[in-house]
Write a protein that binds this ligand. Structure first.
Ligand code: FAD
Length: 437
């Protein structure tokens, strides 16, 4: 290709509609080469059966199908981002690279490297905000410092949304702009070529169940109901759903659900301002917390064999589907960090491996919240009683029956730890540690 081109780099924004960076690329007027890179460094750290990789691959094929209509094709690379970009810059006369911002530490480092490479070749590198309504310091205290508490953040976010009409979504690309996709031959490795095989787990289809979302505030804690929450987390994670569209729906349907979308942005700005929290407690008093070394307890927790049926139901739902109900996430995380006194980082890594909707900022933020070491965290003395939680939020026991069919038979294990003893132990260890500094 001799014409100079614009490249649009897809990452966690896998859609054509209301994609801010793509829109900017298409209006430049030059042919737009759509690119995706399977990062070989990330892929080699995963097991060869990962439903998220499969979901990305399937989504890329759908995008490719749609691009065919414009005579174009997604250019999919499987390499380190640096190598892939060297090849792209050799293959095309690239004038500009457009992409949407990604705020995770690994992504920031990667993007800096590619920006430097582009700049060394005289290619412009243009990043756009897409994944959130408000990024970085856009929602900050009057003196410019970041919020560490959710409620004032939420109030400011809500006011800013009104002020800026931030949820306006554009349904680009228009037919006219879509004609700007470069005419290209397909370049799509198969799932096997990138080292993966089908996992047997699939992502729920992108669907707004408006009737359920209207009653979200009332039923969201009900673990027995399968449609009590939206199940849109994975779509928000990979950008198959635009967050502006989700926010517009929330404004129409339910304020409580809107708040959940804002928790997502709250934790993203926490990660931006306090990147150390990925591996260290937000609250320094927890830095030397004497977590227990308990390989057997950790294994029983992972496998859903703790003898606490509601904990086991959550952990087995996670293994079987890649999803776990939010209430169950809180109960299982509390059980690990309080009943077993096991380091939240081990639990966080396990969820990271299994959750289809794994989002670094939300996972770390919520784990620290439960462990008591986070910003705006639950106080350390809040220890979930698994039996009471089950009575309240799985009244008729349907959730437990679904995931722990042998509960109530001789095959079900005895509790690995006594609740009262564990509660007292956690209170003693936490309070002693915090008071002792
Ligand atoms: P809904 O309840 O319908 O909410 C809509 C969306 O709002 C979610 O998809 C998500 O994007 C966002 N959201 C909802 N609750 C939260 C929250 N507490 N914090 C941040 N965002 C929220 N959420 C993730 O997206 N990725 C994670 O890796 C993750 N790890 C978690 C770990 C623990 C220990 C806990 C307690 C919670 C975690 N959450 C995480 C938050 C929450 O459990 C999930 O977002 C939610 O269960 C996903 O289901 P849903 O898509 O039906 O969400």
């Amino acid at each position: 290709m001799n014409d100079s081109v614009t490249v649009f780099w897809f990452r966690r924004d896998l859609r054509l509609e209301d994609n801010r960076g793509l829109e900017k690329a298409l209006v430049q007027g030059r042919p737009v080469v759509p690119v995706f890179i399977f990062d070989s460094d990330i892929l080699k750290s995963l097991s060869g059966r990962d439903a998220r990789v499969e979901f990305i691959h399937g989504t890329l094929r759908d995008l490719d199908e749609r691009l065919k209509k414009f005579g174009s094709a997604l250019q999919v690379y499987f390499d380190t981002p640096e190598n892939a970009w060297r090849e792209i810059l050799k293959r095309f006369r690239v004038e500009a690279i457009h992409l949407n911002e990604d705020y995770e530490p690994y992504a920031l480092k990667r993007d800096r490297k590619i920006a430097d490479l582009a700049s060394s070749k005289g290619v412009s590198f243009e990043e756009h905000k897409d994944q959130v309504l408000f990024a970085k310091s856009e929602i900050a205290k009057d003196d410019g410092r970041p919020y560490r508490m959710f409620t004032p953040y939420w109030r400011k976010w809500r006011a800013e949304l009104k002020a800026t009409k931030g949820a306006a979504a554009k349904d680009v690309p228009s037919e006219k702009h879509a004609q700007n996709f470069a005419k290209l031959e397909p370049r799509m490795p198969s799932l096997e070529q990138i080292g993966f095989t089908p996992s047997g787990i699939s992502v729920p289809k992108l669907k707004f169940d408006r009737a359920s979302l209207r009653s979200y505030g009332r039923v969201r804690d009900r673990m027995d109901l399968e449609n009590a929450t939206s199940r849109l987390g994975t779509h928000l994670r990979f950008g198959t759903l635009s967050v502006r569209r989700a926010v517009r729906e929330a404004l129409d349907l339910n304020e409580t659900w809107l708040k959940e979308l804002v928790w997502r942005e709250f934790f993203m700005q926490i990660l931006h301002h306090y990147p150390y929290t990925v591996g260290q407690p937000f609250d320094a008093r927890f830095a030397k917390m004497p977590w227990r070394d308990d390989a057997r307890g950790f294994k029983a927790w992972r496998e859903g064999r703790t003898g606490y049926p509601i904990v086991d139901a959550g952990m087995r739902e996670l293994s079987a589907t890649g999803f776990m109900h939010n209430r169950a996430r809180m109960i299982t995380a509390s059980f690990l960090t309080k009943h077993l006194l096991i380091d939240w980082r081990l639990g966080e890594r396990h969820f990271a491996e299994k959750l289809l909707d794994f989002e670094l900022s939300s996972n770390v933020g919520n784990w620290q919240w439960v462990a008591g070491s986070g910003c705006d965290a639950a106080p350390y003395f809040r220890i979930f009683n698994p039996s009471l939680q089950a009575k309240k939020f799985d009244k008729a026991g349907a959730y437990v029956r679904r995931w722990v069919p042998e509960f109530g038979t001789g095959k079900y294990p005895e509790p690995i730890v006594d609740h009262e003893m564990a509660r007292r132990r956690a209170l003693t260890v936490y309070s002693k540690h915090i008071k002792g500094g």
